[in-house]
Design a protein around this ligand. Structure first.
Ligand SMILES: NC(=O)c1ccc[n+]([C@@H]2O[C@H](COP(=O)([O-])OP(=O)(O)OC[C@H]3O[C@@H](n4cnc5c(N)ncnc54)[C@H](OP(=O)(O)O)[C@@H]3O)[C@@H](O)[C@H]2O)c1
Length: 291
């Protein structure tokens, strides 16, 4: 049994993809007092039937500290809203008021206040709020999900081209499942306060991604390197909303500076398994390549 497996362990956002996987991992690893927090408890009735305490947790709710009563350790899963900094600061303040003893937070690579993309600054300010709270913490800077590669698949298949502005630098893509297992492991085991990058086993360049996609689809897909402005222009022309084009270009700019190429052993440390390689994750999604 792991160290904190008998404590009250809360996973916020348990109705999301990562949260759900983290709850499953906690149960698989023998945690006895798992609390699944979600905005919509009815969607988690199957977990309640398996002995998980399901609570309504909404970071926009003014009564958040009461909802966290009795929680000893909390996995704070980052949200997706425009007011994310405000939401997550509220979650940290509520944790403090409720006497939570350890926060595990799902952050992102290289968070900073002056990032060109709002989402990265949100992670920075949340990390600051957690560190300033006096609560022990484990910051998990989850790198880009391996599954994110599938988002560009349709366009790449249609055109035979994979566009990017990463300047030939790699990304250590990590599977969502590895992130969930790592977060659950940190909730069960982590002590003190520390920051970790959560990465796959090796950086993968977009040329290599194109090769992988070619192998899996049987179609030739060629990587085309662009400047950030060219990439943004092409995305807007293809009909992407400006906020999404800006977001994707900013991620590529971060990759071009090497921020996504870090490799750390955090997945193995907290999950007890080696991280999946991108090729293995894509192979598991083979059905997405059909047609
Ligand atoms: N590393 C990456 O490549 C990557 C990619 C996409 C997103 N992310 C980040 O990682 C997080 C988890 O990823 P995912 O794949 O699980 O995303 P997801 O399935 O879209 O989940 C979104 C999460 O946000 C939670 N949420 C939304 N509004 C909330 C609120 N008002 N109060 C509390 N929780 C709220 C949801 O919880 P409930 O529905 O249960 O209330 C859910 O867990 C995302 O939210 C995002 O911050 C990372």
């Amino acid at each position: 049994m792991t160290q904190y497996g008998d404590q009250a362990l809360l996973v916020t956002g348990a109705g999301g993809q990562l949260g759900r996987l983290a709850v499953e991992e906690l149960l698989a690893r023998g945690a006895t007092r798992v609390i699944a927090g979600t905005r919509d408890p009815e969607t988690l009735s199957d977990l309640a039937a398996r002995g998980v305490e399901v609570r309504k947790i909404d970071f926009d709710d003014g009564q958040l500290a009461a909802a966290l009563a009795g929680v000893e350790r909390m996995l704070l899963i980052s949200t997706v809203a425009a007011n994310r900094t405000q939401q997550q600061r509220a979650a940290v303040a509520a944790a403090k008021a409720a006497g939570v003893q350890h926060i595990v937070y799902t952050s992102a690579p290289n968070p900073r206040p002056n990032a060109s993309v709002g989402g990265i600054a949100d992670h920075y300010w949340t990390e600051q709020a957690i560190a300033g709270s006096g609560i022990a913490f484990t910051i998990l800077r989850n790198h880009i999900y391996a599954e994110a590669v599938l988002m560009g698949l349709e366009g790449a298949l249609a055109s035979g081209q994979l566009f990017d502005a990463t300047a030939g630098k790699g990304r250590a893509y990590v599977s969502r499942l590895d992130c969930a297992r790592t977060a659950a492991g940190a909730l069960l085991q982590a002590e003190g306060s520390a920051i970790f990058d959560v990465t796959g086993p090796a950086p993968v360049t977009q040329t290599e991604v194109a090769e992988l996609l070619s192998q899996l689809t049987g179609k030739t897909i060629t990587r085309v390197g662009l400047t950030p402005d060219q990439l943004r222009g092409g995305m807007l022309e293809a009909g992407l909303p400006p906020f999404m084009a800006n977001l994707l270009v900013a991620f590529d700019a971060d990759a071009a500076q090497g921020h996504h190429a870090i490799v750390a052993d955090t997945v193995a440390q907290f999950s007890g398994r080696e991280p999946q390689a991108l090729a293995a994750v894509l192979a598991e999604h083979r059905q997405a390549f059909a047609g």
